[in-house]
Design a protein around this ligand. Structure first.
Ligand SMILES: NC(=O)c1ccc[n+]([C@@H]2O[C@H](COP(=O)([O-])OP(=O)(O)OC[C@H]3O[C@@H](n4cnc5c(N)ncnc54)[C@H](O)[C@@H]3O)[C@@H](O)[C@H]2O)c1
Length: 424
């Protein structure tokens, strides 16, 4: 199967990956701009908002950030991008700075859609304000960094209005080869699935440019990726994409986890582990073994999963052949002949190879849900994947098996130990 065939049949067509519907449902004229406000003008936020601008009718009309330098860089980037697309620069009054920028953006009447691309610790707080203000929301994963935040997100999910659309940033599900193989798996091409193997081997994350010498709290915040309370740790922040694909393809969440891991190599600031090994058990005694590392830089990056069934085995990597071997063989033609693990890591999530169109297609489907409906509410699914990762993290930190009910009852809660008010 290739991209053209996929779009003509199955999930690709059903998801409405292409042009907007001409209807005026949900109050939008066909192809009229969705007014887009970006909260968190960093690497990923800028990449995703730029992709929305280039691939959909969304237009960045507002930016918000805690820090003045990040806000200024974001505003000038989108002023340039808007000019190149024949659109107006962002009004200076629509650039919000400081600890209350998220509330000012949320209550701004000139914004329809808020993209939350702040560090994970703040996602749920920022989601709550955006949902309460009636905005459509594109919120990055993870949906919370601890059990308390995840439960809070569940409550927020119930307040989303029927015409309000909320997406969570699991763009891998929208990558055409991954969406296509998922459809095969869900319709039984592998037979009874017995075991899954997942992996995420990434280079170390780099120090935020210009943060060296910053006061302690600011240094931590700018290098939030290194900090468990701010990020959730590598399992919850980064590896979550693979756990999400596993949950989605199995149509279930894990029941329990056993894990280990540690910080064996990294010496820079922070407390995130640099490796995890997790054994999840899913319903039906389906086992998933997951390995990850986040250190070094060997010019190698590899992430993906393999599902082993009675009739076949599916390989779903970020780079390399996406295929099913066995009784019902299948392959994504454009990935045939490519080399597994040959992809380049992209800190902003804009990967090439099998994920090349993941952001674009997710954004198009999301904008379509706003302009034509039906609206999305992906919060609960986002919470379930985040909790799955938290269960693995808790099992690793406690060095024993942790079950879902114990996790939910635990009330696990992380604090960052400072207030963002100090950056007012
Ligand atoms: N889906 C993906 O593939 C993918 C890839 C990379 C990052 N991400 C996610 O995107 C989010 C952002 O990551 P990034 O790499 O862009 O980080 P970043 O550090 O480059 O950007 C974060 C921005 O948020 C701002 N910020 C921090 N605290 C804030 C607050 N309280 N209020 C307002 N602004 C605040 C920072 O100043 C910065 O500009 C994270 O949740 C991360 O997990 C997702």
């Amino acid at each position: 199967m290739d991209r053209r065939e996929f779009l003509q049949t199955g999930t690709g067509a059903a998801a409405g990956l292409m042009l907007l519907d001409a209807r005026t449902a949900f109050g939008y004229e066909a192809n009229s701009a969705v007014r887009h406000g970006l909260l968190g003008c960093g690497n990923r936020g800028t990449a995703v908002a730029s992709s929305f601008s280039q691939n959909t009718t969304a237009q960045v009309v507002a930016v918000a950030d805690l820090f003045a330098d990040q806000l200024a860089a974001g505003k000038s980037h989108f002023d340039r991008l808007n000019a190149s697309l024949g659109r107006s620069a962002i009004d200076a009054k629509m650039a919000f700075k400081g600890p209350h920028a998220f509330e000012e953006l949320a209550t701004s009447p000139g914004v329809d859609l808020i993209q939350i691309s702040t560090p994970p610790f703040f996602h749920v707080q920022h989601l709550e304000a955006a949902v309460a203000a009636g905005k459509h929301v594109y919120c990055e994963k993870p949906m919370g960094i601890d059990v308390r935040q995840a439960k809070h997100a569940r409550e927020i999910a119930k307040r989303v209005k029927p015409e309000q659309s909320v997406d969570v940033g699991f763009q891998c599900r929208s990558a055409p080869p991954i969406a296509a193989i998922a459809e095969k798996i869900k319709t039984g091409s592998l037979g009874k699935i017995a075991a899954v193997n997942g992996w995420y081997f990434a280079p170390a994350s780099k120090e935020h440019p210009g943060s060296a010498g910053a006061p302690k709290d600011e240094y931590r915040l700018r290098n939030w990726l290194w900090d468990r309370a701010l990020s959730g740790d590598i399992l919850v922040e980064q590896n979550i994409h693979i756990i999400d694909l596993c949950n989605w393809m199995l149509g279930a969440r894990p029941l329990k986890a056993l894990a280990t891991g540690g910080r064996n190599v990294l010496t820079h600031a922070g407390d995130c582990w640099d490796n995890y090994e997790v054994a999840f058990t899913y319903p039906g005694d389906v086992r998933m073994s997951f390995n990850s590392t986040q250190f070094g830089d060997y010019g190698m990056f590899d992430a993906g999963l393999r599902l082993f069934g009675a009739m076949g085995m599916a390989t779903v990597p970020y780079s390399g052949p996406v295929e099913i071997k066995g009784a019902q063989p299948w392959a994504w033609q454009e990935s045939a002949g490519t080399t597994a693990g040959s992809g380049q890591f992209a800190a902003n999530g804009a990967f090439d190879d099998n994920l090349k169109f993941a952001d674009r297609d997710k954004e198009r489907t999301f904008i379509d849900s706003i302009t034509s409906g039906p609206a999305h509410n992906q919060i609960e699914a986002g919470v379930e994947t985040a909790l799955s990762c938290m269960m693995g993290r808790m099992a690793g930190l406690t060095q024993r098996e942790v079950g879902w009910d114990e996790l939910i009852a635990h009330g696990e809660s992380y604090e960052i130990g400072f207030s963002v008010e100090e950056f007012a």
